[in-house]
Design a protein. Structure first.
Lengths: 762, 305
């Protein structure tokens, strides 16, 4: 049984209990002296009454001491937790949990100009108004967030609670109801009865997550909000949803996506940034102003305008060309801003991306010839560098062709290139296969064309491997088809999905027939084994309706990616030359696709940890935060197997914007990094889903969570708070009554004792 | 040593005496009644009653020789007569320590008792009766034999003056001792606070009664002892060697009053049983009032008798 005191200091007053004691003792010491003749009778009287007298005086003394102690105790305003048996003497103590939604939708400005979170704070304040510290009321403040967190653990210090609530700010994230409820169940709810006030805008995204994208089926039954509600409600608690939402339509435009086209930005090439903006209002908006800020050039930000149809999507676009010198920088940034609307959190979007000087391509030619025009890769090279003008050509793809002996002879390191193309290479030796494997897994692209020279066994052994861990997307079987003169056996590609990045260029219905009209006269049949789960067939062939052969297969490997074309790169087996309009975009898209920068390295969601590797250990690592603050990382980097160093992760990415990772290498360091200082940018963005302000109204809520007992209010009743105030009175009230009773008892006893003595003379 | 005149005045308040004298003049009968009450034995005249003979020893007054016996038997006998007075009043004044108590603004019980004794002695001597005084504590401390001379009053007051009031009292023993000493058929006035065991006192009284003494008990008390007006923490220092007591006086009051009145009641009843007058004298009561009321009461009773 534990006590708490509203005014613990007054407890020292209990020491005043020595006062009656002292008075008692002084009374015994301070007496009048009488020389008394009738002592005999007095002694006899004393003998007769001594026991009773002692008892009475002790009783009175005890009562008086008790009075003082009780008074001190009452003044100290003790209260006991509701679990204590003493709580019977104190009026019902309230144990309140304020569950405040801090998702960024709460940052929405309502009609009155205040944000929903401010409304929630005001309502929370009213709940706190209804509490009384002296009664021992307790409050816990928890953020309904992702991840949930305790803002203030259980306390009866209402002032602190007020301050904690006042400090709450939107999180720039969504809220995870399931996790929050689980968190509540595990950490906050217990034996004691709790009143849980959920202060929220009742956003559909929070209270019925995945309602739009039908992910429900994939979520395990135990983790649904409904079951989490039920588990939470099994505890002794009462849920009150305080709806601070705004049902009026918000003026809200949402930047859903910010991309560069092409995604691998190469110096000298035109790159266009496109921002996808969703108009969530029911009005058509004309000439919406927006700004692109490229590499932080805010003043010179490109201002654009666009039209956004009601409840539709619009695209804002802006183009630029990066110079070759820009490629030296680690990466670049672009920010897209709309003018602030009712929900400012989703009006900006950030993108960080690298700019390449060029894409270097190693063409390994199995049918090599000193004459470029006669090589197996001649046509492919032309497709990658279509310009005949050597001055302008070759700006994007810098080609280097070698024969397969040179490749197998380790004269070339695949890791030095962005993309490696194997064309009709007969076999790969073990060492070359290993280096190729390392290079691809470290992020390089590999494009494999087959042909007459290919030794399927060598490929299967070295590149596919029996356990499916090889680079080759599928086992090679036998070649099918006939390319000899007079054979008219021809197969055509089949395309299922024009949304694949490789085929998106043909998505236009007018162009859809292009890839399917390329005659393929011979190809390798493949077998996708049970271990090749990662393999995807991009294009099939119409050779066998029951078991169609594959023309183009892809497989991710590590941070890199592998494409396998089961026919030749030149026109030996396929009619590429006559279908340049298909071959050229396909090759180009494939080359871009295979060398796509891994933007997920630089582009994070709010709260995701910022991670990076370095090739040597930097002397100093410092994070430049969006607000300009510098936050040094002090942990030691960890070495990984590729000889790279993993820098300590930086997790304080709670605010969207650009974060810079400043690496300073020691002057006496290794190689080219010595003394270098570089800043790599990371873009941190809010989750778009949270910007959907659609609400889950009370009836829908009740339908969704049947059996969960929840009270809905939009306002905390001030009268209820007043009533609570009126009920105020805690243990000290009982103590005061006891005090009054004791006082009366003391007076009565003293009178009674005195009356007996006076009685004789009456 | 105070002069005889002074001590005489100390115990005989002229105002009291004059009041009593006036009373005597105004209501002669009352005083006569008192005296009559005192004279329980019949009048026998002065020096007329023969009592006994005894053999002559040299030095005896020859006036008292019985010549007739000498003539008959040729032997010298002295003729002895009854006491020459009509009455002897023996005043037994308690001079124990407890009598020294005096409530605030009051005379002590001893002094009050002394005044009673002196006044009675004066009255008795005035009527040519004999008065004797015994100052007592554990035993008879001072003994002033009976005499009828008016100047005998001085001897009585001088003896009172010399009392020391330091010892305990044992009235039982004292009364027994006195009963042997006192002439028979006298009046004995015991003036005491009677703070002793009632049985012993009553035993002494009985002894006196068997010697045919008329006994009057004047119970001299201070008002404090009767009413016990203390209400604070008080240290009562016992006189006569009794242990001191520190107590809340208020708390003890009832029990004290009970014990005290039980004692007094016992005394009163005991006295009544033995045909002894029991008169309470409170020191705050004016002496004349106390005495005249008692004397007139006694006179009425005597008249009835």
């Amino acid at each position: 049984m534990s006590f708490s005191f509203g005014n613990g200091a007054l407890l020292w007053g209990a020491l005043l209990l020595v006062v009656p004691l002292i008075i008692h003792l002084l009374n015994r010491r301070r007496y009048r002296v009488v020389r008394w003749a009738a002592q005999e009778f007095l002694l006899e009287a004393f003998r007769r009454t001594r026991r009773r007298l002692t008892l009475e005086s002790l009783l009175l003394l005890l009562l008086r001491c008790l009075l003082v102690v009780l008074l001190a105790l009452a003044l100290a305003r003790p209260f006991v937790p509701s679990s204590s048996p003493l709580s019977l003497f104190s009026p019902a103590q309230r144990d309140v949990v304020l569950l405040v939604d801090t998702s960024y939708s709460m940052g929405r400005r309502a009609a009155g100009g205040e944000t929903l979170l401010e409304r929630a704070k005001a309502q929370a304040g009213r709940v706190l108004d209804g509490l009384a510290r002296e009664r021992g009321d307790q409050v816990t403040v928890v953020a309904l967030a992702d991840p949930p967190r305790t803002v203030l653990s259980v306390t009866s210090d209402l002032q602190r609670a007020r301050e904690a609530v006042e400090r709450l700010a939107p999180d720039w994230r969504g809220a995870d109801l399931v996790r929050t409820l689980d968190y509540l169940t595990e950490n906050v709810l217990g034996e004691a009865h709790k009143e849980v006030y959920v202060l929220t805008d009742l956003q559909r995204e929070t209270f019925h997550p995945g309602a739009s994208d039908a992910l429900d089926a994939a979520v395990p039954a135990a983790a649904t909000p409904a079951s989490a509600w039920r588990v939470a409600a099994e505890h002794d608690c009462r849920f009150t949803v305080v709806d601070v939402g705004e049902s009026a339509e918000a003026h809200s435009l949402v930047v859903e996506e910010l991309l560069s086209r092409p995604q691998n930005v190469v110096a000298g090439e035109v790159v266009s940034f496109t921002a996808t903006v969703r108009n969530r209002t029911s009005r058509d908006l004309r000439a919406v102003p927006a700004t692109f800020v490229i590499d932080g050039q805010r003043e010179q930000g490109r201002r654009v305008t666009f039209d956004a149809p009601a409840a539709g999507v619009a695209v804002a676009e802006c183009s630029t060309i990066f110079r070759a010198s820009d490629a030296a920088r680690a990466n670049h940034t672009v920010e897209f801003l709309l003018e602030e609307d009712d929900l400012p959190a989703d009006d900006r979007r950030f993108l960080a991306f690298p700019v390449h000087e060029a894409v270097s391509v190693l063409l390994v030619d199995g049918d090599f010839s000193p004459e470029p025009e006669l090589r197996e890769t001649a046509l492919l090279g032309d497709m990658l560098n279509p310009s005949l003008d050597p001055e302008t050509g070759g700006t994007v793809f810098r080609l280097h062709a070698v024969d397969d002996r040179r490749f197998n002879g380790r004269a070339e390191d695949p890791a030095d290139y962005d993309l490696i193309v194997l064309a009709n290479v007969a076999r790969i030796d073990q060492e070359a296969a290993r280096r190729l494997d390392d290079a691809v897994r470290a992020g390089r692209g590999l494009f494999i064309f087959l042909g007459e020279l290919v030794d399927a066994r060598s490929y299967n052994e070295r590149l596919h491997r029996a356990d499916g861990t090889g680079l080759l997307p599928a086992r090679l079987l036998e070649a099918r088809g006939d390319v000899r003169e007079g054979s008219d056996a021809v197969f055509f590609p089949l395309v299922d999905d024009f949304q694949h990045p490789l085929l998106r260029v043909f998505a236009d219905p007018e162009l859809q027939q292009n890839p399917t009209s390329v005659p393929i006269r011979r190809f390798f049949r493949t077998e996708i084994g049970p271990k090749d789960q990662a393999t995807a067939v991009v294009m099939q062939l119409n050779d066998d309706p029951a078991a169609p052969g594959a023309l183009l297969l892809e497989k991710p490997a590590g941070r890199g990616r592998v494409l396998l074309c089961t026919t030749t790169a030149d026109s030996a087996w396929a009619g590429w030359l006559d279908n340049i309009e298909t071959y050229l975009p396909l090759v180009q898209e494939a080359a871009y696709y295979l060398t796509l920068p891994d933007l997920s390295l630089f582009n994070l969601k709010v709260g995701e940890a910022l991670r990076r590797t370095a090739e040597s250990i930097p002397a100093e690592v410092c994070v430049l935060r969006p607000d300009g603050a510098r936050d040094p990382l002090r942990d030691t980097p960890r070495e990984m197997e590729y000889g790279e160093f993993v820098l300590p992760a930086y997790r304080a990415t709670g605010v969207p914007g650009f974060y810079g990772l400043e690496l300073t290498y020691p002057l006496a360091g290794a190689g080219s990094d010595a003394g270098r200082r570089e800043v790599e940018h990371f873009a941190v963005n809010v989750e778009v889903a949270e910007s959907d302000l659609a609400r889950l109204e009370e009836p829908a809520f009740r339908a969704l969570y049947p059996g969960v007992e929840v009270t809905f209010v939009t306002e905390i009743d001030a009268r209820q708070a007043a009533q609570a105030e009126a009920r105020e009175g805690q243990l000290w009230r009982a103590l005061l009554w006891a005090l009054v009773g004791l006082l009366a008892a003391e007076l009565a006893l003293a009178w009674w004792f005195g009356r007996q003595f006076r009685g004789g003379s009456a | 040593m105070p002069s005889p005149m002074e001590s005489y005045r100390r115990y005989l308040d002229p105002k009291v005496l004059s009041k009593i004298a006036r009373l005597e003049l105004r209501a002669r009968t009352a005083v006569e009644g008192f005296m009559a009450g005192l004279h329980r034995s019949p009048h026998r005249g002065v020096s007329v009653e023969f009592a006994e003979h005894r053999e002559y020893v040299p030095g005896d007054d020859l006036r008292h020789l019985d010549w007739r016996i000498f003539g008959r038997t040729d032997r010298f006998y002295i003729k002895r007569y009854e006491e020459e007075t009509n009455l002897t009043l023996s005043l037994v004044l308690d001079a124990s320590e407890s009598m020294s108590y005096a409530g605030p603004g009051q005379v002590s019980k001893f002094r009050y008792g002394a005044m009673v004794a002196a006044t009675l002695a004066y009255l008795v001597l005035k009527s040519r009766d004999a008065a004797a005084l015994a100052l007592t504590d554990v035993g008879v401390e001072q003994w002033v034999p009976p005499a009828t001379r008016p100047s005998h009053l001085l001897a009585i007051t001088r003896a009172i003056d010399q009392a020391e009031l330091v010892r305990r009292t044992d009235p039982g023993l004292v009364l027994k001792e006195l009963s042997a000493k006192l002439p028979p058929r006298g009046v004995v006035a015991v003036i005491s606070d009677l703070f002793a065991q009632p049985e012993r006192i009553l035993a002494g009284v009985r002894e006196l009664r068997t010697r045919r003494q008329d006994v009057i008990v004047f119970h001299v008390l201070d008002r404090d002892e009767v009413e016990f007006p203390f209400d604070r923490m008080t240290r009562f220092e016992g006189l006569e060697g009794l242990a001191p007591l520190v107590a809340d006086a208020k708390a003890l009051r009832l029990a004290y009053l009970r014990a005290f009145s039980a004692h007094q009641e016992l005394m009163r009843k005991g006295c009544l049983k033995h045909g002894v007058d029991f008169q309470v004298l409170q020191t705050d009561t004016p002496l004349d009032v106390a005495l005249t009321s008692y004397l007139s009461l006694r006179a009425k009773r005597g008249a009835r008798r």
